[in-house]
Design a protein around this ligand. Structure first.
Ligand code: DCP
Ligand code: MG
Length: 440
């Protein structure tokens, strides 16, 4: 912590990005079945004939035009948007799909993997959202362009769309990511935070759900600006300490820092070529650089590693991973480089669009470096977690990536900031890379 910083105050220069996928479950279904693109699509349970209970998990933006939203009773959704398979006329009908968490988690793992490549500090808060501290990695200059590149990478490599907000605080970044959904990006620079909040409807303030919004309306507090200017004592009388808290959020005040919880499960660095490269030496040079960078990153985090792997993306999106395990954890940049280069040999003659190096099976315990007795045999060579085809079974290789990550199926009416919500707090210590973690 910065010695000059007051306790309870966020880093004054903090740059926070909040990434939230658009209509995430629906986007995953559309990724798996491109015929669903552009259709009113509802993902949920209980819509089959004879079923009487069930709720909407999410709906595509086309279905939202019919007033369908998350947590709505499925019976109401069916009234607003009848099921196409049961209708005589396609007009004003929708497509319904059941929830398939395994698949969504595999797609989420692929997105998170990209986020962890972009930033050392990623706080995953739910299946489809994360905060990134990009203060050092990006800063304010050129941040809009960086966000554009990040969103393009997610869309081209994973096939789902993210909206991103950038602001000096976590709560402002979260509100910003929501402002231009879908496919949106909003940057709120430090001097603009109060103005940004001023006109927002009060229920867009972090921690203000519909119930609180109704109570605030009784006090003539309709916008975030009204809440920011409200008398804190009056708010406290009405809502307790939470009244002061939501007022602080409405003022753009939020002392939280983006802190990843726990240790990552792997560390990686990736780099793309501007166009596909066949030249063996050029590929080897890039892998050497990445291997050194990864080893250095592990050093800084005090991590030793037992597995070294590479990722090789052949055009257009054919992602391959190869890895090799050592008998014990080591911290040895030369070794990372030589293993990575050996693994690359297989791709020596092939055109390559992107390369990555990763170390996994991390060990953060201090202590003597294990002596090397030699390599274990060649490890398995599974394809990437979310392969170009949409085979669910193979996508399940990513399951370990999201172990313990709570899925969002139930939401409080008056939701507390996602971050503080029980069960959805980031429980995944990964740096997203374990989607490939079972390549040993
Ligand atoms: N979800 C759920 N039940 C809810 C709310 C959400 O099962 N009541 C699931 C389905 C969503 C996913 O969580 O796809 C992510 O939640 P979001 O609130 O981010 O909603 P979406 O991603 O669907 O839409 P948006 O584009 O508004 O982010
Ligand atoms: Mg979302």
């Amino acid at each position: 912590m910065d010695a000059a910083r007051l306790p309870g105050t966020a880093r004054p220069d903090q740059v926070v990005a909040h990434v939230d996928m658009d209509c995430f479950y629906a986007a995953c279904e559309q990724r798996r079945d491109p015929d669903l693109a552009g259709e009113p699509l509802v993902v949920g349970m209980g819509y089959e004939a004879g079923e009487t209970h069930g709720a909407v998990a999410t709906a595509s933006y086309e279905a939202r035009e019919y007033g369908i939203e998350s947590a709505m009773a499925i019976s109401e959704a069916l009234e607003r948007l009848p099921r196409r398979v049961e209708a005589d006329d396609e007009a004003d009908t929708g497509i319904y799909r059941p929830v398939d968490m395994d698949y969504y988690e595999s797609v989420a793992a692929a997105v998170k993997e990209i986020l962890h490549v972009e930033s050392d500090t990623v706080r995953e808060v739910s299946i489809d959202e994360a905060y990134l501290d990009i203060t050092d990695a990006v800063g304010w200059d050129g941040v809009a362009e960086w966000v554009g590149d990040l969103r393009a990478t997610i869309e081209s490599e994973v096939g789902v769309v993210a909206s991103v907000g950038v602001a000096p605080t976590m709560s402002a970044a979260k509100v910003a990511s929501d402002r231009e959904k879908p496919d949106g990006q909003v940057v709120v620079e430090p001097g603009e935070v109060r103005a940004f909040f001023d006109d927002l409807p009060v229920d867009e303030v972090h921690g203000v759900g519909p119930v609180t919004a109704r109570k605030l309306a009784e006090l003539d507090i309709e916008s975030a600006g009204d809440l920011a200017r409200a008398d804190p004592e009056q708010l406290e009388r009405r809502f307790g300490e939470r009244g002061r808290e939501i007022r602080r959020y409405a003022r753009g005040e939020d002392a939280r820092e983006v802190t990843p919880r726990g240790d990552p499960k792997s560390l990686s660095r990736e780099s793309a070529f501007t166009e596909a490269v066949e030249d063996t030496e050029e590929k080897r040079r890039k892998v050497s650089t990445l291997a050194r960078a990864v080893a250095d990153r592990a050093d800084r985090k005090g991590a030793r590693y037992q597995t070294v792997g590479i990722k090789v993306v052949e055009p257009p999106f054919d992602s391959n991973t190869r890895a090799r395990s050592l008998p014990g954890p080591v911290a040895d940049a030369d070794l990372v480089e030589s293993i990575a280069l050996e693994l690359l040999d297989e791709f020596a003659e092939r055109p390559v669009r992107k390369l990555g190096v990763r170390v996994s099976k991390l060990d953060f315990s201090a202590g003597e470096q294990a002596s090397l007795g030699g390599f274990e045999g060649e490890s398995a060579t599974e394809s990437d977690a979310v392969p170009a085809d949409t085979d669910v079974a193979s996508a399940k290789t990513a399951e370990s990536a999201v172990e313990g990550q709570a899925s969002l199926t139930a939401f409080d009416d008056d939701h507390v900031p996602t971050d503080d919500r029980d069960g959805t707090d980031e429980t995944d210590d990964t740096d997203g890379q374990v989607s490939l973690g079972d390549f040993e």
